[in-house]
Design a protein around this ligand. Sequence first.
Ligand code: ADP
Ligand code: MG
Length: 240
Amino acid sequence: RKAVVRISTGSQALDELLGGGIETLSITEAFGEFRSGKTQLAHTLCVSTQLPIQMHGGNGKVAYIDTEGTFRPDRIVPIAERFGMDAGAVLDNIIYARAYTYEHQYNLLLGLAAKMSEEPFRLLIVDSVIALFRVDFSGRGELAERQQKLAQMLSRLIKIAEEFNVAVYITNQVIADPGGGMFISDPKKPAGGHVLAHSATIRLMLRKGKGEQRVCKIYDAPNLPEAEAVFQITPGGITD
Ligand code: ADP
Ligand code: MG
């Protein structure tokens, strides 16, 4: 049985909400509107994952699949400096790939799994997990096929998390809830339907607060207390 490793988000409040950080052997999903901090959290995790275990890191490499072209290596530099790490070395330990179609995204996962059997990885990021599916299956009547392919992708992610003891961090979009109706004040929900709901181990709902403040709430977990964590986005990454 592999031991769970908890990787710091950079914010103590957020780590506490998560019980110590994002966990290996599971899928952590973050969803929220544009600029809610999903990608910034990914950038911070790229660095914190490489910290030693006693510094709340994962002591491992990072694999990053980017479907929207929003990874910024330049952003990694001040984040690495904040944690007292060598930025060049940190960048060398991030294996980055841009995906252009959902099939490409799937094939990249297969390639990364091969790499993970050779080198110690602790984090796999897919930012965003669903964007290409929404483009590639945009037609009417394609929803069933989309969900089937999405389920295949997510089951591959779960296998990778378990086989290599990595944390999987995926981002998702919000969509209008067609069942919301006029009396519900915030008729928004994560995309991906039941398939994504059942695959994610923990779902984080991010929203904007004042200025660079962001608020994270654990979504749809009846066995966890309703709690929120406030964090900040700074040049040094996610912090309290
Ligand atoms: P999402 O992926 O949810 O769309 P992002 O993670 O890209 O959102 O967050 C973008 C926001 O992060 C920006 O609007 C800005 O407020 C903040 N941000 C980005 N870079 C920096 C930085 N270097 N310093 C402080 N805040 C930043
Ligand atoms: Mg983003």
